[in-house]
Design a protein around this ligand. Sequence first.
Ligand SMILES: [Zn+2]
Length: 76
Amino acid sequence: MFNLSHPKLVTLAASEGYADVADFLEDHAQGSTVPAICMAPDCDHTADLEPDQRAGFCEVCGRPTMKSGLVIAGMI
Ligand SMILES: [Zn+2]
């Protein structure tokens, strides 16, 4: 079951110019790097990281809270 309504996923897709999360995931499903977002409540930093990244270092808030969009959606 994919989770396309997670608020961070919606924010990430919007920051990449997608109004529809499903379109965002479809375009990045096969990428060698994919957009990731910081999961901290007070931080929405985004970066391109490995598709299976779930504990990447956030350059803004300094926490290991970067997750790829595919991970947030439950695709990986
Ligand atoms: Zn952060």
